[in-house]
Ligand binder design. Structure first.
Ligand SMILES: Nc1ncnc2c1ncn2[C@@H]1O[C@H](COP(=O)(O)OP(=O)(O)OP(=O)(O)O)[C@@H](O)[C@H]1O
Ligand SMILES: [Mg+2]
Length: 278
C-alpha cells in the first residue's frame, strides 16, 4: 500500500499557547517500502505518525492510503515502550486486532501462536509481560502489530529503550520478518545507522516546525546483516544523512537554548558591557 501525504500541517493549541508541529509535509511512501524518518527532537515525527495512525487530526493537508485491497486494519503502530497489557499473558497480548474484529477464539489463538513463532517467542506464550526483558516485550509488540494484519506498520523509535546489543539483534529480526512478508513500514528513529540498515529510503526532517528537507535512497545491497554496517555504501549513506541532519539538530538545540544562538554584534557589545546583569 502506498501512502501519499500532501501539505500536512499540525498546530496544537493548549490554552494560550500555539505549537506549530508540522508545516506542510509532502511525502510519498511506496508500496511495500521500508521507509525511514529522521529529524531533530521536537520536529513533529511522532505527530506525523499519530496523524497517519488516525490518533491525531491534521490542521491542514491530506493523507491517502492507496492500494489494491482495503483490509479492515489499515495501520498498526509500534511505540517506543511496548504498551502491553500487564494482566494478560504474552499469548493474550498478541491477537488484539483479530479479537477486536470479533473473530472466533480458535482463529485469533491460532493467529497469536503463528506470530509468536515468527518473533521466536512461542516458548513464552504463557508468561506475563513483567517476566520478559525489554527486547522480548518489543518483540511481543511487533507480533501484535503483525497479527493485526495491517497494510502499513508505523514504528516510533521501537528499539530506543533497549541496550545496544539487543537493538542490533532486533534490527536483524525485523529485517528477516519484513523480507518474509513485505509490508509498507514507516520507521521513526534517532539512530542513523538503524535507519540505513533497515530502510529503502530515508526522509530527513527540518527542525520544528517540521517539513521534509530531503529524501535519501539507501543503496546498500539486501539482504543486510550486521556485517553490512562496514560496507563502503553503508558508511557513505550514514555520513550523508548525518551531514543533512547536523545542521537541523544544531538549529533545534539553539532554539531550545537561546543562549547558544549567535547574537547580532550590537547586542553582543551591549551584553559584554553590562556583563552578567545585562
Ligand atoms: N498533544 C500535544 N499537545 C500539545 N503539543 C504537542 C502535543 N504533541 C506534540 N506536541 C508538540 O508538538 C511538537 C512536536 O512533537 P513530536 O512529539 O511530534 O516531536 P518528535 O519529532 O516526535 O520529537 P522526539 O524526537 O523528541 O520524539 C513539540 O513541540 C511538542 O511539544
Ligand atoms: Mg517522538
Amino acid at each position: 500500500m502506498r501512502v501519499v501525504i500532501h501539505g500536512l500541517s499540525k498546530e496544537f493549541v493548549t490554552g494560550q499557547r500555539k505549537i506549530h508541529a508540522l508545516a506542510g509535509v509532502d511525502l510519498e511512501v511506496r508500496d511495500r517500502e521500508f521507509f525511514g524518518i529522521v529529524g531533530p527532537t521536537g520536529c513533529g515525527k511522532t505527530t506525523l505518525l499519530s496523524i497517519l495512525a488516525g490518533l491525531e487530526k491534521a490542521t491542514q493537508g491530506s493523507v491517502e492510503f492507496v492500494g489494491e485491497k482495503r483490509t479492515q486494519a489499515m495501520v498498526s503502530m509500534v511505540f517506543q515502550d511496548s504498551a502491553l497489557m500487564p494482566w494478560r499473558t504474552v499469548e493474550g497480548n498478541v491477537p488484539l486486532g483479530p479479537e477486536f474484529r470479533k473473530q472466533p477464539a480458535p482463529v485469533y489463538k491460532r493467529v497469536a501462536r503463528f506470530f509468536l513463532e515468527v518473533v521466536r517467542l512461542l516458548d513464552f506464550s504463557s508468561a506475563h509481560p513483567n517476566e520478559l526483558s525489554g527486547g522480548m516485550k518489543q518483540k511481543v509488540a511487533l507480533a501484535r502489530a503483525l497479527a493485526n494484519d495491517p497494510e502499513v506498520i508505523l514504528m516510533d523509535e521501537p528499539f530506543a529503550s533497549l541496550d545496544a546489543q539487543t537493538r542490533l539483534l532486533l534490527r536483524e529480526e525485523l529485517l528477516r520478518i519484513w523480507e518474509r512478508d513485505k509490508k509498507t513500514v514507516i520507521l521513526v528513529t534517532h539512530n542513523i545507522e538503524e535507519a540505513v540498515m533497515l530502510c529503502d529510503r530515508i526522509a530527513v526532517m527540518s527542525a520544528a516546525p517540521g517539513v521534509v528537507k530531503s529524501v535519501i535512497p539507501v543503496d546498500v545491497r539486501r539482504p543486510r546483516t550486521i556485517k553490512s554496517m562496514s560496507d563502503t555504501d553503508f558508511v557513505r549513506c550514514v555520513e550523508k544523512i548525518w551531514e543533512l541532519l547536523r545542521y537541523e539538530v544544531d538549529k533545534a538545540m539553539k532554539e531550545n537554548h537561546p543562549s547558544r544562538v549567535e547574537r547580532p554584534p550590537e547586542e553582543r557589545a551591549r551584553k559584554s558591557f553590562l556583563g552578567w546583569w545585562g
